[in-house]
Design a protein around this ligand. Structure first.
Ligand code: TYM
Length: 330
C-alpha cells in the first residue's frame, strides 16, 4: 500500500499559545509513527502582515526549536522552513490562475485580517489560502492536522485540487483536514466563546508556550467561568468546558475522566489544577527549546537537510504541474 502523507505548518508570527499546541502541533506527534510527515515553519505566510525582519528571523528559528522540543522527531519527519523551498511560491503562481478573486474575498480570515490591518490589505493577505493550498498539494498530502479555524482554507485547498485535476487531468491528491473535535478550538480565557489567539491584544486571554509558571497560574486564576459552580463540559458553559478541555489534553485523560476527578469541587480548585498541570507540562518543553536555541548551527543544518528532502518531493509535483499547463521545459 502506498504510504500516506501528512503536512502541517505554523506561522512564526508571534509567541505560540497553548491553542496552537493543542489544536495542531500536539496532534502531529502520533502521526509521525505511521505517515510520511512534512512539518514547516510558514514564514512566507507570516509576512502577509508587517513583521520586524530581525525578529522574524529569530522567531523562525525559535519555532523550529519549539517543534523539536514538543517532540517532532527529525529522524522520522521532514522539518523545514517554507521559504527554503522555492517550489511553494512557484506552485502558488500556477494555482493563482485557477483561483477566483471572489472566493478569496469571501474567506473569513481575509475579512478579519483586513479589518485588523486596514492600512495594509495587501495582495499576499488575499492570496494566503492559495499559498497554503500550494504547501499542502506540493507533497501529495492525504492528511492535514489543523485547528478548526483552518477548515475553510482546507476546503479551498480541496476545491483547487479538484478544479486543477478536472481541467488538466489527475495531478493532485485531494487532502483531508485532520481535526480532533474537542481540541480544535481552544478559547480565550477571558472571552471563552472566542478563539485563543496569539495576536490577542490582552495577554491575559492566552497562555503562551513561553509563559513562566507564576504567570500561567495567575492567568488561569483570572479565567472567566460562570456563576453555576458545577464542573461539567457543556455548550452553555464555555469557560468551564475550555478549562476541562485544556486539562484533559495536558493530563492525557478524557474529558469525562476530567469531569469525574473534579466532582464536588469548586471553580477555584479547577483553576489551580489546570494551571499546575499546564505549567508542569510546559516546563520541559521550554527547557528543551532553550537548550536547542543554544545549538544554532545544529538547528540550521537540520533545517537545510529538511529543505533538501522537501524539495525532492516538491520538485516532482511542480514539474508535472508546469508540464500539464503547457510551460515549455528548458
Ligand atoms: P497559525 O500559525 O495561525 O496556527 C497554527 C495552527 O494552530 C491552530 N490554532 C488553534 N487550534 C485550536 N485552538 C486555537 N485557539 C487555535 N489557534 C490556532 C490553527 O488552526 C493551525 O492549525 N495557515 C496556517 C499555517 C499554515 C498551514 C499550511 C497549516 C501554512 N501552511 C499548510 C496547514 C497546512 C495557520 O493559520 O497557522
Amino acid at each position: 500500500m502506498e504510504e500516506k502523507t501528512v503536512y502541517s505548518a505554523v506561522q512564526p508570527s508571534g509567541d505560540l499559545t497553548i491553542g496552537n499546541y493543542i489544536g495542531s502541533i500536539r496532534n502531529w506527534l502520533p502521526l509521525q509513527e505511521s505517515y510520511t510527515c512534512y512539518f514547516a515553519v510558514a514564514d512566507l505566510h507570516s509576512i502577509t502582515v508587517r513583521q520586524d525582519p530581525a525578529l522574524l528571523r529569530e522567531r523562525t528559528l525559535s519555532l523550529a526549536a519549539l517543534y523539536l522540543a514538543c517532540g517532532v522527531d527529525p529522524e522520522k519527519t521532514t522539518l523545514y522552513v517554507q521559504s527554503h523551498v522555492p517550489e511553494h511560491a512557484q506552485l502558488c503562481w500556477a494555482l493563482n490562475t485557477i483561483a477566483y478573486v471572489g472566493e478569496m474575498e469571501r474567506m473569513t480570515q481575509f475579512k478579519d485580517k483586513s479589518q485588523k490591518h486596514a492600512d495594509n490589505i495587501n495582495m499576499g493577505l488575499m492570496d494566503y489560502p492559495v499559498l497554503m493550498a500550494s504547501d499542502i498539494l506540493l507533497y501529495q498530502t492525504d492528511l492535514v492536522p489543523v485547528g478548526q479555524d483552518q477548515t475553510q482554507h482546507l476546503e479551498i485547498c480541496r476545491d483547487l485540487a479538484i478544479r486543477f485535476n478536472n481541467r488538466y487531468g489527475e495531478t493532485f491528491r485531494v487532502p483531508k483536514a485532520h481535526i480532533i473535535k474537542e481540541r480544535a478550538k481552544i478559547c480565550s480565557l477571558l472571552e471563552p466563546t472566542k478563539k485563543m489567539s496569539k495576536s490577542d491584544e490582552n495577554p491575559n486571554a492566552s497562555i503562551f508556550l513561553t509563559d513562566p509558571r507564576d504567570v500561567i497560574l495567575k492567568k488561569f486564576k483570572r479565567a472567566v467561568t460562570d456563576s453555576d459552580n458545577t464542573i461539567r463540559y457543556a455548550e452553555e458553559k464555555p469557560g468551564v468546558s475550555n478549562l476541562l478541555a485544556i486539562y484533559s489534553v495536558f493530563r492525557g485523560c478524557t474529558i469525562a475522566e476530567a469531569e469525574k476527578s473534579f466532582e464536588g469541587c469548586g471553580y477555584g480548585t479547577l483553576k489551580t489544577a489546570v494551571g499546575e498541570t499546564v505549567a508542569d507540562a510546559l516546563e520541559p518543553i521550554q527547557r528543551e527549546q532553550q537548550r536547542l536555541l543554544g545549538e544554532r548551527e545544529y538547528l540550521l543544518s537540520l533545517l537545510k537537510k529538511g529543505a533538501e528532502n522537501a524539495r525532492e518531493r516538491a520538485e516532482k509535483t511542480l514539474i508535472s504541474v508546469y508540464e500539464k499547463i503547457g510551460l515549455l521545459r528548458g
